[in-house]
Design a protein around this ligand. Structure first.
Ligand SMILES: Cc1ncc(COP(=O)(O)O)c(C=O)c1O
Length: 382
């Protein structure tokens, strides 16, 4: 008999829905990945670096040239200076960065506050560290932080709070005023922060992403995580990074060096080259994805789904109350895939205790125009 360390973990809904989409031939708007490739010159650079012999371990902390580019990008985007050597660490994906940050500071019995609906990796990472997640629900109408609920959830055992902005699955952004409120609430307490900012460049309608990197007070206790996979349309490269003050970075690196030691070398070379050659890429991303969001939402406008256009990420939540109020969201997602050929993600899976009667599914619009048009046509006849 195996005594599982993660007895409640099974195959994720993301894998299940992608499998169902493949089996049924449905358009897969469930899992969050583009159905188009990253920039040609970025992909070419990987081949070039493999051919030229960049195939051995890179430094544990990440390739210096890439860390320099990350620091330069942070300076351009957020007007703050971070030290590439002592504050930036490249990891094989944002998920690994989050895992290492949690292992680095969470001890047995510590509590980690997460906001539901939340990304699925925070909880198992906390459990493996011997900690316990305390789930606080975001406001149901706009997915903003309910500060009364957060204050009530704080305890002497609270060791970490995990925020995610722009937020998966809702697309909501945390404002500067909310960060200030958070700072005030935890001032003087021994609480770390993970700020999961993997969608930092996917923001729309001119609304800026407010990074914890630019919040002097919160940054002192934060691990700020990002993902090249999201930013450069290469989710399968599983390359990301974490920025944290030197003392936190030192602790994180102690874990990272025994989880993977380093990231994939030729990918890091290619990303560093591309960032030098195309600093405009990140500035163009909001426009690139806003066009997709608008196309998709325009296509959905005549449908019976109701929705508010998201401000960030590449996900659109849609309410199906007017279509099949009799179905819970898991059954709705399965029914939509089987009967109508579009796979989605039920939002209840992002909750410990899903709100009763919520009728939301998440659709990913990081897709080619023809995919969005085909999906839009199918969604309009449901
Ligand atoms: C909120 C959030 N954090 C982290 C990740 C993981 O990023 P990566 O693929 O770089 O591990 C994702 C991917 O879907 C995500 O949505």
């Amino acid at each position: 008999m195996i005594t599982s360390k993660l007895p409640n973990v099974g195959i994720t809904i993301f894998t299940q829905m992608s499998q169902l989409a493949a089996q049924t031939g449905a358009i897969n708007l469930s899992q969050g990945f583009p159905d188009f490739d990253g920039p040609q010159s970025l992909r070419d650079a990987v081949g070039r670096h493999i051919a030229s012999g960049h195939n051995q371990y890179s430094p544990m902390t990440g390739l210096p040239a890439l860390r320099e580019q990350i620091a330069a990008k942070i300076a351009r985007s957020y007007g703050v200076k971070v030290d590439a050597d002592s504050e930036v660490t490249v990891t094989p994906g944002a998920t690994q960065a989050i895992f290492c940050a949690i292992q680095a500071v969470i001890h047995s019995g510590d509590e980690v506050i997460v906001f539901d609906p939340c990304y699925d990796s925070y909880e198992p990472a906390t459990q493996l560290a011997g900690g316990r997640c305390v789930h606080v629900q975001l406001n149901p109408h706009d997915f903003s932080i309910d500060f009364d609920k957060l204050a009530a959830a704080l305890s002497p055992r609270t060791k970490m709070i995990v925020i995610n902005t722009p937020h998966n699955p809702s697309g909501a952004l945390i404002s500067r005023a909310e960060l200030d409120q958070l700072a005030e609430l935890i001032r003087g307490r021994d609480i770390y922060l993970i700020s999961d900012e993997v969608y930092e460049h996917l923001v729309f309608d001119g609304v800026p992403h407010v990074s914890v990197l630019a919040h002097e007070e919160l940054y002192q206790r934060a691990f700020v995580v990002s993902s090249f996979g999201k930013t450069y349309h290469v989710t399968g490269w599983k390359t990301g990074y974490v920025v944290a003050p030197p003392a936190l970075t030192a602790e994180l690196r102690k874990v990272h060096q025994y989880v993977s030691f380093c990231g994939v070398t030729p990918l890091q070379y290619a990303l560093a080259d591309y960032m030098v050659e195309h600093p405009e890429h990140v500035e163009e991303l909001p426009g690139f994805y806003q066009a997709k969001r608008d196309l998709f939402c325009d296509l959905l406008a005549p449908s019976r789904f109701t929705f508010t256009r998201v401000t960030g990420t590449y996900f659109q939540l849609v309410d199906y109350s007017q279509i099949r109020p009799d179905l819970n969201d898991v059954d709705m997602a399965i029914w939509m895939t089987r009967e109508h050929g579009v796979a989605s993600i039920p939002v209840s899976v992002f909750y410990q205790n899903p709100p009763q009667g919520q009728r939301l599914v998440r659709l990913c619009f990081a897709k080619r125009e023809e995919t969005l048009r085909e999906a839009g046509a199918k969604l309009c006849v449901i």
